[in-house]
Ligand binder design. Structure first.
Ligand SMILES: Nc1nc2c(ncn2[C@@H]2O[C@H](COP(=O)(O)OP(=O)(O)OP(=O)(O)O)[C@@H](O)[C@H]2O)c(=O)[nH]1
Ligand SMILES: [Mg+2]
Length: 347
């Protein structure tokens, strides 16, 4: 028999009490983008701000899931509650690899201090960061001390996740030399802590040196290109704030590079400590808030344009017929929007 749908108030109370069923339902509302999810998220947002969000990314097979499982174990040993959100952009959670992940994580399944879910994000215009951030809002209000976001591969999803996470781990394994080369575009910047997993295998020290050299190279290039702090990308590395401003800024060259053996749980205490240390000094809540605001605005605008073909149709036609350039076609709409916004919001 289907249960009656709870009210937003009931679900909010259930989430706050970390009722398993309520948290599960709230996550489903959010992941499915149900209309009532907005009210729920509005109610939960003021109650959050305590959880530490850790993103885990890296090439396939580096040992991310094993490492996440070991991290969960480590945090549980410290009596912290942990939620894991696994992101798989392409396959639903029935594939062999993911089933394997589930089995590996199963030892935590009966523990109420641990929650493991997948995020389905396919087809959402705003990308992963909105879904992930909204699920974090639920888990944060539910009182989880740590939320771990695992993504596979290297691309837009990683970027999205890193902007939701306070601390982003890049996991590599020795012998994946080519992958490390493939990784370096962009990913070095988004990672806060580097993990060379499978340190029981030959080549771990070489991988550490390789990462350090790549960081040093990138830092040197950046220094010669741009002496000033230039942009949002680096905001959370440089905007140490308040009483932390005396600590030296984290630069590309002094990011931690740690070795772990995830299958044996080795190096996990050090990794947890590095995560805590990182967030204490460098996490910038404003950079995350800005990113979320922009992502939502982007998504809403995109949805609005799709829902108003009577507005966009003639513009699209003009561009297709080459009577107007894309910029010319957009201009009246853009001007109207700007005018309206400045009248409303810029006294
Ligand atoms: N030798 C060794 N093997 C490991 C270690 N950590 C993980 N593995 C093994 O590496 C394989 C891949 O591990 P996963 O945790 O599934 O790797 P993943 O990065 O999550 O893989 P995808 O989700 O498919 O990208 C498994 O067979 C693990 O048992 C380690 O520290 N040492
Ligand atoms: Mg995995």
């Amino acid at each position: 028999m289907p249960r009656p749908t709870p009210t937003v108030e009931d679900l909010t109370q259930g989430v706050l009490a970390r009722n398993t069923r309520a948290v599960g339902r709230a996550l489903r509302w959010v992941d499915d983008r149900l209309p009532q999810a907005d009210a729920l998220l509005n109610a939960l947002h003021p109650l959050g701000g305590h959880t530490h969000v850790i993103g885990v990314t890296g090439p396939p097979g580096a040992g991310k899931s094993t490492l996440v499982s070991a991290l969960v174990h480590q945090y549980r040993a410290q009596e912290k509650t942990v939620a894991v959100l696994a992101v798989d952009p392409s396959s639903p959670y029935t594939g062999g690899a993911v089933l394997g992940d589930r089995i590996r994580m199963q030892k935590h399944f009966l523990d109420r201090g641990v929650l493991i879910r997948s995020i389905a994000t396919r087809g959402h215009l705003g990308g992963l960061s909105i879904s992930a951030a909204d699920m974090v809002t639920v888990l944060d209000a539910a009182g989880f001390d740590v939320v771990i976001l695992e993504t596979v591969g290297v691309g837009q999803d990683e970027l999205d996740i890193s902007r939701v996470a306070h601390t982003t781990l890049l996991v590599v394994a020795p012998g994946l030399g080519d992958d490390v080369q493939a990784i370096k575009a962009g990913i070095l910047e988004i990672a806060d802590i580097f993990v060379v997993n499978k340190a029981d295998r030959p080549g771990a020290d070489a991988a550490v040196v390789n990462l350090q050299q790549m960081m040093a190279l990138e830092a040197a290039v950046k220094k010669s290109n741009a002496p000033e702090n230039n942009g949002d990308h680096h905001a959370h590395h440089h905007h140490a704030h308040g009483h932390h401003s005396a600590s030296p800024p984290i630069t590309e060259t002094n990011k931690p590079v740690l070795k772990t053996i995830a299958i044996k749980g080795e190096g996990m205490a050090e990794l947890c400590a590095a995560c805590t240390e990182h967030t204490r000094h460098t996490a910038d809540p404003r950079a995350r808030a800005r990113h979320l605001l922009h992502s939502l605005a982007h998504e809403r605008l995109e949805n609005w344009l799709h829902a108003h073909p009577q507005t966009t149709g003639p513009l699209i036609e003009a561009i297709t017929q080459r009577t107007q350039s894309p910029r010319q076609a957009l201009e009246p709409l853009w001007q109207a929007l700007r005018k309206w916004v400045s009248q409303r919001f810029e006294p």
